[in-house]
Design a protein around this ligand. Structure first.
Ligand code: UDP
Ligand code: MG
Length: 141
């Protein structure tokens, strides 16, 4: 069981000014924020980040949306980080997300669903390395 995960506050949530509220719920849930930063990805960068979904019907919409504005990316640490963060964010489709989850409260639609969470320890490690250098991750230790 790993202890790190990658979170992204997606462009819809940043634009709707939910960044601070979501950041607060991350802290309240007991995560250590190893590193965080605002970024604006190019289309090529979002295609690379979501390469796992290449060929799926929503890939074009997803990568266009994720490159449409600023995101906040965060490397989070907590015991069982991947599962814990996914529980807090709720189901991919906000219409199916449980009451009190971030997607239930802040998502706009299935595509514009406010936040990202890694789906496995292996992917968490890769995704954190996609955005953060070792020196950035060391900064808050
Ligand atoms: N997505 C979408 N339509 C779908 C499935 C996914 O637009 O039918 C988007 C949605 O923004 C989701 C992202 O693609 O968060 C990645 O999909 P995944 O199945 O990995 O969901 P997640 O891990 O984000 O819950
Ligand atoms: Mg996923």
């Amino acid at each position: 069981m790993g202890n790190q995960t990658l979170a992204i506050i997606k462009p819809d949530a940043v634009q709707n000014q939910y960044t601070e509220l979501i950041y607060e719920s991350i802290v309240k849930a007991g995560f250590i924020i190893l590193a965080s930063k605002m970024i604006h990805m190019t289309k090529a960068e979002t295609e690379s980040f979501y390469a796992i979904h290449q060929g799926k019907p929503f890939y074009e919409e997803l990568t266009s949306f994720m490159s449409s504005g600023q995101c906040m990316v965060l490397a989070l640490e907590k015991e069982n980080a991947v599962d814990t963060w996914r529980e807090i964010i709720g189901a991919t489709n906000p219409a199916e997300a449980a009451v009190g989850t971030i997607r239930k409260d802040f998502a706009t639609s299935l595509g514009k669903n406010a936040v990202h969470g890694s789906d496995s320890d292996e992917n968490a490690e890769k995704e954190i390395a996609f955005f953060f250098s070792q020196s950035e991750l060391r900064a808050n230790k």
